[in-house]
Design a protein around this ligand. Structure first.
Ligand SMILES: Nc1ncnc2c1ncn2[C@@H]1O[C@H](COP(=O)(O)OP(=O)(O)OP(=O)(O)O)[C@@H](O)[C@H]1O
Ligand SMILES: [Mg+2]
Length: 372
């Protein structure tokens, strides 16, 4: 009876937690918030049934989830333009919203596990034209056009965008499709317009649009969306073929929802799949997470690499973080060094299931094959 209760709570926790992650990833902040709170609540109940050691860890994690829930509005929307004038956007002011670049991120390609093909394609397409414009001219190599990264959540798409900005020293304009979409007629188009205008004025800028699918969904069902898509296509056409002082990068978990015209040559013609990490990439991430961390000799990296098949990069980060929680708490309470053990990882594996299902992966494979 007791065990049954615990295992039910465990299932419940996993359900709320993955629902929260999913909602967050799809930009539904309110739903994510609610599910994070429910997950935290369930964790508190679970803590009541836990050994003192586990109880502490669960209480701490519950607190963290509440923190995440509380911060979600800020995290999901308006992440990178603190100077954005929300009022200007709301009352339909002429120029559209004002945009401010985020600081140039400190993330390098060498921080990103695996994805060698992706890095190569990005280097050829976005980094080299900026670094070696004369060479590209000499070979009369085409420049411009955008790149669309697509793949399951938590696989490093945003990381790649930041790494590009860092590698070429570009001003980084990161926005979410849902930020641009305004409920006011005509406002979205002005927002798009003002975003491109602002970025173009920079010596070198990168516009990173997350959730491209919500910005330029397939046309034909919603006139607001259709106008937005048209404006967006005009903007991309406006800068393609010119010197690449503006790099355009999009990301999406739902490439099949994007309007086909946006994916034509000269626009987002290059679509790059960012898959779940393969075994060497998972090994890289686990090792990196354990670097300079006290770990017991029984931690078997090869075993962990095997057991994390199907995990995303974000899942692995969460898993390692979770495994370190108990030893860290113990280290604090005993004022000593407590190594992370294999058992800590085994507990963490139970708490952190993979967030991407096989079915979702198959959906991407279908898109790669058929283009829809
Ligand atoms: N290939 C990777 N190498 C190293 N870390 C990774 C990798 N993929 C994911 N991560 C970790 O997961 C976190 C989330 O990754 P990121 O935000 O780039 O995912 P994403 O693909 O943009 O997800 P989403 O589709 O949900 O926006 C990163 O901060 C990083 O810690
Ligand atoms: Mg992202």
């Amino acid at each position: 009876m007791y065990d049954l209760n615990v295992s039910m709570l465990n299932d419940q926790f996993n359900m709320y937690y993955s629902a929260a992650r999913k909602a967050y990833d799809s930009g539904n902040g309110a739903l994510a918030k609610r599910n994070y709170m429910l997950a935290a609540e369930t964790l508190l109940k679970l803590a009541e049934h836990s050994s003192p050691k586990l109880k502490q860890a669960r209480l701490k994690r519950a607190r963290r989830l509440v923190e995440i829930a509380e911060n979600i509005d800020a995290a999901v929307v308006r992440k990178s333009f603190p100077a954005g004038n929300a009022e200007g956007g709301e009352d339909g002011e002429e120029g559209g919203r004002s945009w401010a670049a985020a600081e140039i991120p400190d993330i390098h390609f060498s921080d990103i596990a695996g994805l060698d093909d992706v890095k190569k394609a990005i280097t050829v397409r976005m980094i080299n034209p900026v670094k070696y414009p004369e060479k590209y001219k000499l070979y009369n190599k085409k420049m411009g056009g955008g790149v669309l990264l697509f793949g399951p959540p938590g696989t490093g798409k945003t990381m790649i965008a930041k790494a590009i900005a860092c590698e070429v020293g570009a001003k980084f304009y990161a926005i979410k499709g849902s930020d641009i979409v305004s409920k006011w007629v005509g406002e979205s188009e002005r927002n798009i317009d003002s975003l491109f205008e602002t970025a173009r004025a920079e010596k070198l800028a990168i516009i990173f649009i997350d959730e491209m699918d919500s910005l330029i969904a397939k046309r034909g069902t919603d006139t607001h969306n259709d106008k937005r898509v048209n404006e967006f296509l005009q903007q991309i056409d406006g800068f393609s073929g010119r010197a690449p002082n503006l790099l355009l990068l999009g990301a999406t978990n739902r490439p099949w929802d994007i309007d086909g015209a946006a994916l034509r040559p000269g626009r987002f013609s290059q679509k790059i799949y960012v898959p779940l990490p393969d075994a060497p990439a998972r090994e890289f991430m686990i090792k990196k997470s354990l670097k300079n961390t006290p770990a017991a000799a029984d931690v078997d990296i090869a075993e962990l690499v095997r057991l994390t098949e199907g995990y995303s990069g974000a899942d692995i980060e969460e898993l390692c973080d979770r495994a370190k929680e108990d030893p860290l708490l113990k280290a604090i309470s005993t004022d000593s060094v407590v190594p992370v053990t294999r058992a800590d990882f085994m507990d963490a594996l139970k708490d952190v299931p993979p967030s991407v299902s096989k079915k979702e992966v198959e959906r991407f494979e279908q898109f790669i094959k058929t283009g829809e």
